[in-house]
Ligand binder design. Structure first.
Ligand SMILES: O=C(O)CCC(=O)C(=O)O
Length: 313
């Protein structure tokens, strides 16, 4: 039985017992005697009303205890989450765990690479607030420089604008970062700052790896393990995140990294997308090649968080 309901029943039974004992003093013989205590003046209706008062006190009290549990955890549960999750009975948890059950829906989009989709990961208001915070700070997006690269490489490959914003600079991003750390079980201090991106008409990001390929970047002590994308707007047409090598398709067949093919994920405001760049054995998953198809109609905003296999902040 849900622990909350258990509390409510207890309060209800308690209140009945208390008022039953008061009621004992209200036997007909006593009622004849004048003024022997205030309880005697209580009629059935008052006793019932008091029972209700105690019941509701228990009801809201139990919710209060539950709130305490929430702040013991990461403190990010919204009232929407709570309405569903209160139906589930939490398990005893460790020092760093939560006293409540989360229900965050997801869909496996692919195993090769490992791609998870999270519908309604953020609310429309949260997305708007992130976009509004980032808009005045946008600069042309850059690429991580490879050995021998010049600064111009990003010009044709990545045409969006963007800005890096840390979770501590923005309450909404702080909330989202906590939620990302839960669904990935990758601690928050393994994440780079959010890269909030805007793609205007025709803008795109050609296929690339988020992980640093040793042949291009040398051996890095810290590697990108996974990426989480939060779509901040709907896009009327185009702007899909694409995985051209999904399930090994197009690999070794002279794929042109500018082509928008393979598994395509339509950006929808508030939805999240998680994919892993490293395999469970720590090597790079070569099927994790991905990019953003050109925006054909509308504007695309997305917040990307790269998660490292080492602490990063
Ligand atoms: O915008 C997208 O859909 C993809 C973004 C991306 O590939 C990246 O930030 O690494």
């Amino acid at each position: 039985m849900n622990r909350n309901y258990y509390y409510y029943y207890l309060y209800f039974i308690f209140s009945i017992l208390i008022f039953h004992s008061i009621g004992d003093e209200m036997k007909p013989k006593d009622r004849l005697k004048p003024h022997r205590g205030s309880a005697r003046k209580l009629g059935f209706v008052s006793v019932f009303a008091l029972c209700l008062v105690f019941f509701f006190a228990g009801f809201f009290g139990a919710r209060l205890f539950n709130q305490k549990d929430i702040s013991n955890g990461d403190g990010f549960k919204s009232s929407v989450d709570r309405s569903v999750e209160d139906e589930l009975d939490p398990m005893a948890h460790g020092e760093t765990g939560d006293g409540f059950v989360n229900t965050i829906p997801f869909q496996v989009l692919s195993w090769k690479p490992r791609v998870l989709y999270f519908p309604n990961f953020a609310t429309a208001e949260q997305c708007e607030s992130i976009v509004n915070g980032a808009r005045p700070k946008l600069k042309p997006s850059m690429l991580a420089l490879r050995k021998g690269d010049d600064l111009d490489r990003s010009k044709g490959t990545r045409t969006s604008s963007g800005v890096f914003i840390s979770a501590w600079e923005d309450d909404t991003l702080d909330y989202i970062e906590q939620k990302i750390s839960k669904v990935t079980m990758i601690p928050r201090d393994h994440g780079e700052a959010f890269n909030v991106l805007r793609y205007e008409l025709g803008q795109k990001y050609d296929a690339h790896y988020d992980a640093f390929l040793p042949k291009h970047y040398g051996i890095k002590e810290s590697q990108r393990l996974a990426s989480f994308l939060l779509y901040l707007t709907d896009v009327e047409e185009g702007g899909e995140t694409m995985f051209p090598y999904e399930n090994g398709a197009n690999m070794g067949k002279g794929y042109n990294y500018k082509d928008c093919i393979g598994l395509k994920v339509e950006p929808r405001r508030g939805d999240g997308l998680l994919f892993y760049s490293l395999l469970p054995n720590g090597t790079i998953d070569m099927t994790s090649l991905h990019g953003s198809c050109p925006v054909i109609k509308g504007e695309k905003w997305v917040a990307t968080k790269w998660l490292r296999n080492t602490t990063w902040v």
